[in-house]
Ligand binder design. Structure first.
Ligand SMILES: *Cc1c(COP(=O)(O)O)cnc(C)c1O
Length: 214
């Protein structure tokens, strides 16, 4: 059995008894080549994450053609000029963080006659270098997306490193409840067990599945 498959099974085992509904594990394959992704596809894994539209376009069209049930998740910063291609290949966007981007997705969805699943990204630690909206802007952006009838399915965050991660996960869970959202996208290699404890149901895991990125 390939290492990545072993790692995935190990993660599934660890979270099994931690949550009621089984979270979806997004295998974050950014920087890894097709040959390193194929063992997981052959195993039947269906959710993968990329953070760059261009990288996705290089490796995924062929793979998606062979493994038709694959769901691709855009988890990185999305520029409006990449929305068109993003909608062609991805099934989910986790990083919607402005009205401008929401409007662009709306326009492009009409052109392509498609609807993509969307998470609103929240800059939960108010960090300058991170994307995402402030908590105080959530109300307005959700309302705007609703008027455009976008398919918003939840909230996403990347909490500050090396701090009290659980505190941020707790706030995210409160926001999810307050705004009646169905899903939370949070938890990476270093903190997915904590995320599961706070009801995250979309885990974005790279290193713990594929190994260190070079
Ligand atoms: C790279 C990345 C991940 C995965 O990180 P790991 O620490 O390798 O598990 C998750 N979310 C986002 C937004 C990423 O860019």
């Amino acid at each position: 059995m390939h290492n990545s498959v072993k790692n995935l099974l190990n993660i599934q085992d660890k979270i099994k008894n931690k949550s009621n509904a089984t979270p979806i594990i997004i295998a974050v394959s950014k920087t890894f080549e097709a040959k390193e992704i194929i063992p997981l596809l052959d195993f039947g894994h269906q959710h993968f994450g990329e953070n760059k539209v261009q990288e996705c376009m290089k490796k995924w069209p062929e793979l998606k053609n062979r493994y038709k049930d694959t769901n691709l998740h855009m988890i990185g910063k999305l520029q409006t000029n990449k929305v068109k291609d993003c909608l062609k290949y991805f099934n989910y966007i986790h990083s919607v963080d402005s009205k401008k981007l929401a409007k662009k997705i709306y326009d492009e969805q009409i052109k392509q006659n498609k609807k993509i699943k969307i998470f609103i990204q929240i800059n939960i630690g108010n960090e300058d270098q991170k994307s995402g909206i402030k908590v105080s802007e959530l109300d307005e952006l959700l309302f705007y997306c609703e008027t455009l009838k976008l398919n918003v399915i939840g909230l996403m965050c990347i909490p500050p490193i090396s701090s009290d991660t659980k505190k941020y996960f707790r706030i995210m869970r409160e926001l999810k409840e307050k705004y009646n959202q169905k899903n939370l996208s949070m938890g990476m290699s270093s903190d997915y067990m904590d995320a599961v404890e706070y009801s995250s149901n979309f885990l974005r895991i790279g290193t713990s599945i594929f190994g260190e990125r070079s």
